[in-house]
Write a protein that binds this ligand. Structure first.
Ligand SMILES: Cc1ncc(COP(=O)(O)O)c(C=O)c1O
Length: 314
């Protein structure tokens, strides 16, 4: 097996910082065979002026990781969110990270257990340059084209989308593969009732008559941290509540603006849904405002929402 040259030399495995090429797992682990893995994606933003790296809402991400592990029956998982933050900071410092990155923690069932094995639980963290999840030039340079998938979203009584576990992503993957094959950049999935859930990797927001509308967490979506941040920012900036409700497919075609919100995608304006143009295929006013505030807050370019940022360097 060839090992690619990593951008960052070190990872963390079970509390130990190890060289990239030493992080290996056995092919018989329940994580590999059955997808028994809970994971997170966390962004750290480099602020050049301050020479500081900020982790964005890392406490909330690690709390969600432990919730995901709990629901996946990972009984031997003894980590606390605060210790996971400290481990992440150590790893970022060890790698001397001074750029935007995507931090990738995972908890998984290791050993050689059967499908219902609940342990032993291993923990790892890898770091990737933030740019690797976005196409060259960024989607904001050209309209983001989104398809409505013919695949249905998994639901709470089968594979709960509320948590972030590897197995859930096979549903998103099938939809994304189909959409990319058909020439789209992204894909939104509907639930069994035909209501909008989320994009394969992000939440969906619609602007309708100046009001921001988004599906509820109970509409089979990930309990997203970016979504919660957007709701707070929009309400604070505009003084209007965000409406969380069932969203019909047709509303996607008729909305004044649509944007996606997620850790990896940030705020991504959507220019086309199923070949129907949205907002003249350019980012609308509310999308642009939300993107500006969100980006400034995440990077620490403004003082507000300081409680969402964890500085990495002293
Ligand atoms: C399916 C899905 N929905 C929504 C999101 C956005 O969630 P968050 O803002 O917590 O990253 C993500 C990304 O993590 C995702 O994979």
């Amino acid at each position: 097996m060839s090992i690619m040259v990593p951008r960052f030399k070190y990872l963390m495995v079970d509390g130990e910082i190890v060289p990239y090429e030493e992080a290996k797992i056995h092919i018989l682990t329940p994580a590999v065979r059955y997808g028994a893995t809970a994971f997170e994606g966390i962004r750290a933003y480099w602020n050049k002026g301050q020479r500081q790296l900020y982790l964005f809402r890392c406490m909330e991400h690690f709390e969600r990781l432990l919730q995901s592990a709990k629901l996946m029956g990972m009984e031997n998982c003894s980590y606390q969110p605060q210790s996971l933050i400290e481990i992440s900071i150590d790893l970022l410092r060890k790698n001397s990270v001074k750029e935007d990155v995507h931090i990738r923690p995972c908890l998984f069932v290791s050993g050689e257990g059967s499908i219902q094995a609940s342990g032993p639980v291993s923990f790892g963290i890898g770091i990737a340059p933030a740019g690797t999840v976005l196409p060259k030039g960024g989607w904001k340079q050209k309209p983001f084209r989104m398809a409505v998938s013919s695949w249905r979203r998994i639901e709470d009584n089968s594979m709960p989308p509320r948590i972030k576990v590897a197995a859930n992503y096979q549903n998103a993957r099938m939809a994304l593969l189909q959409a990319e094959y058909d020439g789209y950049d992204g894909v939104v999935l509907l639930d069994a009732m035909g209501h909008v859930t989320e994009e394969a990797r992000a939440c969906v927001f619609l602007v309708i008559d100046g009001v921001l509308v988004t599906p509820q967490v109970s509409n089979d979506i990930l309990d997203s941290i970016t979504r919660a941040s957007v709701i707070k920012i929009f309400t604070d900036v505009y003084g209007i509540d965000v409406v969380e409700r069932d969203v019909d497919r047709t509303e996607l075609y008729l909305a004044d603006e649509i944007f996606l919100a997620g850790t990896a995608l940030g705020i991504t304006p959507v220019g086309l849904v199923d070949r129907i143009t949205v907002s003249d295929a350019i980012p609308g006013r509310i999308t642009t405002d939300v993107d500006k505030v969100y980006s400034d807050v995440a990077r620490g370019s403004v003082d507000s929402y300081a409680e969402w940022r964890t500085p990495v360097y002293n």
